[in-house]
Design a protein around this ligand. Structure first.
Ligand code: ADP
Ligand code: MG
Length: 331
């Protein structure tokens, strides 16, 4: 008995040391990126097992590609393009993913009294930022009548969508990337990953804490230029930024960019940049666009009314503002 116990102990020690040795050798960061959803999608994760890590990255990129094919309004073969063609004529039964995203989008439309409105596309479809083209005044006046989230009838039980205005068009560009990032994180979690960063353009979500690769955001000193009052570590959060400098051109001295004010059908001058932090990327994405359109005062009021949501706003004059909870955290 004594002899066997001794042998067992040696075996245990040996196998433990092998385990630690191999994990120290192989546990590492894996990363990949791909152009999807009109931007750069990147995945960075920590995994003990390289096969698990690399498979998880493939699964994430496949999923984002699937969502891109489904939700890209410019691709005539997409489900979203089909909705835009048919939902003004009759109810269209669609995918659970589109139902989920549209439902959340309508939630933010109601919350912002229409500052966030996926039917901005009724006018938005006539802008071509790369070519520097904007619709003329009469075109805007005419198609602006079709910007109306209340005319979007979504039935979540039957998964059907219907537009009460035949000319209404939708575009999920202000929310779909956040949704895709959340899907990516769910996939990673199911694969057992506990530390990762997924980004789709300006929408990022951090899973776990990132150890040596940790990300922080700095709260600028209000009086001393280039100085930060505090650096807040980002862990287990999503952060999205909407800016007027991403997709724009200058026409007659006016900055024409990709965030439209549904009231005017023109680019919103409410802010220069808005970053929003929240647990889920679908919310930070929608809220950064929403806050941008609402502008400083109404935008801050909305963010401050939501618990667990923070914002950093650079107003139209370039001045920095923080939401209340963020200011508390920096004390
Ligand atoms: P980005 O797409 O550059 O990450 P945003 O998250 O701010 O930036 O989203 C901007 C996108 O949101 C636009 O390209 C457009 O597809 C969509 N969008 C523009 N204006 C609105 C609006 N008022 N409501 C909802 N979506 C909008
Ligand atoms: Mg957004």
């Amino acid at each position: 008995m004594k002899h066997r116990g001794h042998k067992n102990r040696i075996f245990l020690l040996f196998s433990l040391s092998v385990f630690f040795y191999s994990s120290a050798l192989q546990a590492e960061w894996h990363s990949a990126d791909k152009t999807l959803m009109g931007t750069q999608v990147s995945v960075e994760l920590w995994s003990d097992d390289p096969d698990v890590g690399l498979d998880a990255i493939d699964a994430v990129l496949d999923e984002v590609e699937r969502l891109d094919l489904m939700m890209n309004p410019w691709n005539a073969a997409s489900e979203l393009a089909r909705i835009n063609r048919e939902a003004g004529k009759h109810p269209v039964t669609t995918t659970p993913e589109i139902v989920e995203v549209v439902e959340r989008a309508l939630h933010y439309s109601r919350l912002s009294d229409g500052a966030f409105d996926i039917s901005f596309a009724s006018v938005g479809q006539y802008y071509e930022y790369r070519e520097g083209k904007a619709p003329n005044a009469s075109q805007v006046a005419l198609s602006k009548q079709d910007i109306d989230f209340r005319a979007i009838r979504l039935n979540t039980n039957t998964r059907s969508i219907f537009f009460k205005k035949p000319g209404l068009q939708i575009d999920l560009g202000g929310i779909a990337k956040g949704y895709a990032v959340d899907r990516a994180v769910s996939i990673l979690r199911s694969a057992g990953i506990t530390s990762a960063v997924v980004a789709a353009g300006g929408d990022t979500r951090i899973l776990g804490d990132l150890g040596e690769r940790s990300r922080t955001i700095g709260i600028r000193h209000p009086r001393k230029k280039d100085e930060f009052v505090v650096m807040i570590p980002l862990e287990n959060t999503a952060i999205s930024t909407s800016g007027d400098y991403e997709r724009f051109f200058i026409k007659d001295g006016v900055r024409v960019h990709h965030i439209l004010d549904p009231d005017t059908g023109r680019s919103s001058a409410g802010a220069q940049s808005v970053s929003v932090l929240s647990p889920l990327a679908i919310d930070s994405d929608a809220l950064s666009t929403t806050t941008f359109v609402l502008g400083l005062e109404r935008g801050l009021a909305l963010i401050n009314s939501l618990s667990g949501v923070d914002a950093i706003i650079i107003d139209g004059e370039g001045k920095l503002h923080y939401s209340d909870e963020l200011l508390l955290k920096s004390r």
